[in-house]
Design a protein. Structure first.
Lengths: 306, 308
């Protein structure tokens, strides 16, 4: 806890003696205990940081090695940087196609989720009408149900609509499965916004939808950013939905493409290319996370803290 | 604000609600209905068979194995993950060296660095994490066994995912690895909002660090811990366990059904074996387990909310 709060001296005489921390006032035993604890906690924390970072570094390192040294000495540094692994993965192993598909699917789904989610959330948060609670809980219920149960019939629903193995079909399904959390989060957010601004706009003759798009949406921007990041990561990393609904090799998204690649490269033996693909898929997200660290953490933990 | 209100409400709700009903609600209802039929998924013809599928499920050894593994995932994973995360978050927040004139309890130096690193796996797809670890667990060329060789443990070379007794634990360890960071950050935020005065008072009364943790920190964080528990349990029963087991283990679900979980079994029955109706039956069992889990955790964890 990095607290900047320095307790005002003198307000509680009994306490201030104990905590001023001057060498004379602190019992030596306590001071020693603090130091031991400090070393211990740094030790534990560094070990875990190491355990998190090592597998990732290992993958980056391996992606620059040739196949022979991957097998003979997994932890040695690459003799030369084999950038050809990367270009092979990008072109021959179809990583470029997987990236493009993922960008299209996630781009479409993200915009759709935010627009439709905020529309539904706004109406549910701000208007009273019969069935409001029912619709709200219908949306919320989707968060705790096992999706796999719905996926069996969903496959045939999507198939009957002619949307199986299409990008737009996948977009619609992604939106539908992102709505529960989005509606839950944004409904709570719209409730916290002041009503007076919207009322003033309405009195001035703006229609309901104009009030929403021109007044309320800009006001809801912080909430939209949080839930947008949450959905972006969830949709970019989605594995189960495309595995079931998107079986055409040409339409594969990044995650399932890599898994398929791993299965097929196993026979071809191009492990270095596979690792290059793996790192290629990890880097953009990690880079984006490091740049937008604060927003990402806020976006991902927002739901759990509510 | 009455003018055109209902037209507006309908106009705004129609598309999201329609999409949600078509792709989420309707399939859920259908799958419960299908669990009473003999639908294969391959042909459009089917007839009602009553509780046949359920009877078959109760006599299915693989179902019981999957259920057992899923329950283990839902109970053990949150305990280990949240326990470890609480410990690390506590170290980050109170492990600091006392500075002159500073507050009695401080966070360690570099606390934000630790939090950034710990959070890495959370932004990666669980599919990519699973893939990475399936290589790391490789008995010959994997990172883990080669570390063991490196420190002189040449005789300790487990097969990991190939060993029926180890495979499930190896898979669970990956889920712990990938989720701990999220909870560390979540709990750290919670701990940072606990007023320092409470710690000072506890320490002044002679409480040690561990007493402080169990008597002050944990009770004040309880709400967050509880919702984290439910969240983690639902993930461990559903999407996350599907990805790790399907990608990492042989079969998938093996060796010898030692890692199969309910969600994978549903998938295999529906999309590999052409037994869609039976798959939905197992899915209904998964639904019951999930709801029961959430209800039990919420109930067990109910206690008076502490205000501070």
């Amino acid at each position: 806890m990095k607290t900047t709060e320095t307790s005002a001296p003198g307000t509680e005489p009994g306490v201030s003696v104990g905590k001023t921390g001057d060498p004379a006032g602190t019992p030596p035993k306590e001071k020693k205990e603090g130091a031991v604890l400090n070393v211990f906690s740094h030790g534990v924390l560094i070990i875990w940081a190491f355990m998190v970072a090592m597998p990732l570094l290992w993958a980056v390192m391996t992606s620059f090695k040739d196949d022979a040294s991957i097998f003979s000495s997994p932890w040695s540094l690459p003799d030369t940087l084999h950038f050809d692994n990367w270009s092979r993965a990008w072109t021959e192993a179809n990583m470029s196609d997987y990236f493009l598909n993922t960008v299209l699917v996630v781009g479409g789904s993200l915009v759709g989720t935010l627009v439709l989610g905020s529309m539904a959330a706004y109406v549910l948060a701000r208007f009273e009408f019969p069935g409001n609670r029912f619709i709200y809980y219908l949306f919320i219920g989707g968060m705790s149900f096992p999706i796999m149960l719905a996926l069996v019939p969903l496959f045939y629903v999507v198939n009957n609509l002619g949307l199986l193995n299409t990008i737009h079909g996948l977009i619609l399904v992604y939106i539908a499965y992102s709505l529960p959390f989005t509606v839950f989060f944004l409904t709570a957010f719209f409730r916290t916004l002041p009503t007076s601004v919207a009322e003033a706009a309405f009195v001035d003759g703006a229609s309901h939808s104009r009030t929403f798009f021109q007044i309320m949406l800009p006001m809801a921007k912080p909430g939209l950013v949080s839930v947008g990041i949450f959905n972006f990561l969830g949709q970019w990393n989605q594995y189960m939905l495309p595995t079931v609904l998107n079986t055409d090799p040409d339409q594969r998204v990044l995650t399932q493409g890599l898994v398929q690649l791993a299965a097929s490269q196993g026979y071809k033996g191009d492990w270095s290319g596979l690792f290059a693909g793996l790192v290629m898929a990890m880097l953009p997200v990690l880079a984006a996370y490091i740049v937008f660290q604060r927003q990402v953490v806020q976006g991902l933990t927002a739901g759990a803290l509510k | 604000m009455q003018h055109g209100k209902y037209r507006f409400i309908v106009g705004f709700l129609a598309v999201p609600l329609g999409l949600y009903t078509l792709f989420v609600v309707w399939p859920f209802i259908q799958s419960i209905y299908y669990s009473f039929t003999d639908w294969t998924g391959l042909s459009p013809d089917f007839k009602m068979v009553g509780f046949d599928n359920y009877e078959r499920m109760l006599n299915d050894d693989i179902f019981w194995k999957s259920l057992q593994h899923s329950l283990l995932f839902a109970l053990l994973l949150p305990v280990v993950t949240i326990g470890l995360a609480l410990f690390l978050a506590f170290m980050i927040n109170v492990g600091g060296r006392k500075r002159k004139g500073g507050p009695v309890i401080t966070g360690v130096r570099g606390s934000s660095f630790y939090k950034i690193v710990y959070f890495f796996p959370q932004v990666l797809s669980i599919a990519i994490v699973a893939l990475l670890f399936s290589f790391a667990y490789n008995p010959d060329s994997g990172a883990i066994n080669s570390i063991l060789r490196g420190i002189g443990l040449d005789s300790v070379q487990p097969l990991w995912l190939g060993d029926p007794n180890l495979a499930l634990w190896a898979v669970m360890a990956v889920l712990v690895w990938s989720t701990v960071g999220f909870f560390v950050v979540l709990f750290s935020a919670g701990m940072a909002s606990i007023p320092v005065e409470l710690y000072e008072a506890a320490l002044l009364d002679g409480a040690g660090r561990s007493t402080t943790f169990f008597r002050v920190t944990l009770p004040l964080l309880w709400d967050t811990v509880q919702s984290g528990w439910v969240y983690m349990g639902i993930l461990a029963l559903g999407a996350e366990s599907f990805a790790v087991v399907q990608i990492m283990t042989t079969g998938p679900g093996g060796p010898d059904y030692s890692t199969t979980v309910l969600v994978l079994y549903v998938y295999q029955k529906a999309f590999r074996d052409g037994q869609a109706a039976y798959a939905t039956t197992i899915g209904v069992a998964l639904l019951i387990v999930t709801l029961a889990f959430a209800a039990i955790v919420m109930r067990l964890g109910r206690r008076e909310r502490l205000e501070y």
